[in-house]
Design a binder for this molecule. Structure first.
Ligand code: ATP
Ligand code: MG
Ligand code: MG
Length: 550
């Protein structure tokens, strides 16, 4: 999808190729930190990086786990991220990497930096480092350890590696400029001591490289040509370039920043998503209301719809907020073309059709696309329609069945209601109708009296019971990320569980994750986790119309 649309990054790449700057190569990477699940924001970075690799090289983009901070990272996230990238439709081929694979190389690079006078071991505590750093308006102060000899630095760094020092007692710092206007250049840390087990390297290391060092060096090691990241890293670019330069890499990857994906009515911050999970405000990372890839998948959103959204939003340096309605529209458009139609009744009202015997009707699976084929559905003297599709006295402006009124059953006959029964509470328990045999195939009643509206229905004699989860946006405020307390923005109606929905019999064999349009209701997906032949559970993906538009 992204392949044919131009953007400022493609313009840079085109220029680099024209100038032979990267020797005809375009190598990109997606570098997630395995400290949580991917969300819709990550999808932008994935589509961009994998899309460019495909467009320019017909080749895979590198998937690199930025596993340099073992305190936060778990193997479970590595597996989940791989699964999610694949599900989104991308393939890294043989190019699966871990920053931790480079720990030995990175250590050697750090030794090179020390040897060439570009790094030193600093014994200041974190608080002292902060106090020396200065502010935007005030220059920093040199560390008293800045003038250590190369020999002493090499020895101390080796001792750091051997575990002779406690956490927090020293760091390896780049020797750049404590008066630099860009605070990132004021002798940033390159290594810190962390005595924790790493999911990949186990107990091998007790010093770990800092993000800016590890990331720039990893890019260069992998011969990445264009290193794409979000705008907040703009101020880190001079340090990125410094690392590449001082480490002596011939290949000089170019960092290019683009704006993050922001969606209103939702949050795209791992930390805040984690809060929702930990405070049990959702059922988990894959709750169908979560903007995680897992949540969207379980909800029934297609990978194509996610890719299409990213494509529509485009790539720029302009910060913007994308309207959630656009996402829903894209999901609808996709499902309208790809989902077969079925019948389901969420709030059943029994209808007896006195003069109708059992009959089988052959109906289209998709009204606009004959390629989806047809199926048989049954109708009998007992059907269910939606309670909301009946009104005892028809009011103006409504298209419904009413007492002594007529309506058409979708793909079937016109019926007319001549009587009804109520229960002891006064609720309508049953409608009594007759059908007009001449009206099959959209034909008009012979007496010329038109039906008021079109109803979906299921055969009460063989329909199946189902649980249906109707979802709405998790937040009812536009910018939940700005709230002090996420609870304040939650939409209390974001989940409605319907226990006794009735589905047409053909849905009994549905496999999990199959998507349908339930006629006149919306798009639904058999739940990835809970659905089985003995426990039919569908999630509403999106309704048929935007109900949030003002
Ligand atoms: P979070 O802020 O949610 O913790 P992160 O940026 O720390 O996300 P990483 O695992 O480091 O998470 O992200 C991997 C890549 O995805 C990075 O290159 C990052 O820039 C990109 N990314 C993360 N969020 C977004 C977003 N909202 N829009 C575009 N790219 C994003
Ligand atoms: Mg990050
Ligand atoms: Mg983060």
């Amino acid at each position: 999808e992204t392949a044919h649309k131009t953007n400022f990054i493609r313009n840079i790449i085109d220029r680099d190729l024209a100038n032979n700057k990267t020797h005809g190569k375009v190598i990109t990477r997606f570098p997630p930190e395995p400290n949580g699940y991917l969300h819709i924001g990550h999808a932008k970075s994935i589509c961009l990086n994998f899309g460019l690799a495909l467009a320019y090289q017909k080749g895979p983009c590198h998937l690199r786990f930025d596993d340099t901070n073992p305190a936060n990272e778990e193997a479970e996230f590595v597996a989940a991220i791989k699964e999610d990238v694949k599900w989104l439709g991308f393939d890294w081929g043989d190019n699966l990497f871990y920053a931790s694979d480079y720990f030995e190389t990175l250590y050697a690079l750090a030794v090179k930096l020390i040897t060439e006078g570009n790094a030193y071991v600093c014994d200041l505590t974190a608080d002292e480092v902060r106090a020396h750093r200065g502010t935007l308006t005030e220059s920093g102060k040199d560390s008293p350890y800045r003038q250590r000899s190369v020999e002493e630095n090499l020895q101390k760094f080796e001792q750091m590696r051997q575990g002779l020092f406690d956490e927090g007692t020293c760091t390896l710092r780049a020797k750049i400029d404590m008066s630099a206007g860009n605070i990132n250049m004021r002798d940033p840390a390159l290594y810190r001591i962390k005595k924790v087990t790493h999911p990949h390297t186990g107990e091998l290391w007790c010093i770990y490289p800092m993000y800016d060092f590890a990331h720039a060096a990893s890019d260069a090691i992998e011969s990445i040509t264009h290193s794409l990241c979000t705008l907040e890293f703009q101020d880190h670019r001079p340090l990125y370039d410094w690392v590449v330069e001082k480490c002596g890499f011939e290949n000089k990857p170019q960092q290019i920043e683009f704006s993050r994906l922001n969606l209103n009515y939702t949050i795209t911050s791992k930390r805040k998503l984690k809060y929702l999970v930990e405070h049990k405000l959702v059922s988990g990372w894959d709750d169908p209301r979560m903007p995680t890839i897992r949540g969207l998948r379980r909800r029934g959103v297609t990978p194509a719809a996610i890719r299409r959204l990213i494509d529509l939003v485009g790539i720029s340096k302009q910060d913007s907020i994308t309207d959630y309605s656009l996402f829903e529209e894209v999901i609808r458009d996709d499902l309208n073309q790809t989902a077969e139609r079925r019948n389901a009744v969420l709030k059943p009202l029994l209808v007896e059709i006195a003069n109708l015997a059992n009959e089988v009707l052959n109906v289209p699976n998709h009204p606009q696309n004959p390629d989806f084929g047809r199926r048989d559905i049954s109708i009998s003297n007992r059907i269910y329609i939606e309670q909301d599709d009946f009104m005892e006295q028809l009011e103006k402006g409504h298209k419904k069945l009413s007492l002594n009124g007529r309506a058409r059953l979708l793909n079937a006959y016109v019926i007319e209601c001549y009587d009804l029964e109520k229960d002891h509470l006064g609720n309508i328990a049953k409608l009594k109708c007759r059908y007009l045999p001449e009206t099959l195939g959209g034909k008009k009643p012979s007496d010329g009296i038109k039906p008021q509206g079109m109803l979906h229905w299921v055969d009460a004699n063989n329909c199946i019971n189902a649980e249906i989860k109707q979802y709405d946006r998790l937040f009812n405020c536009e910018n939940p990320a700005a709230l002090d307390n996420l609870e304040q923005g939650l939409n209390p109606h974001s989940l409605v569980v319907i226990n006794n929905a009735k589905l047409e019999a053909s849905l009994a064999q549905t496999e999990a994750e199959t998507r349908f349009q339930f006629n006149r209701l919306g798009y639904f997906c058999a739940d990835q986790v809970e659905h089985s032949a003995s426990n039919i559970v569908f999630n509403q993906i999106v309704n048929l119309r935007d109900t949030w538009a003002s």
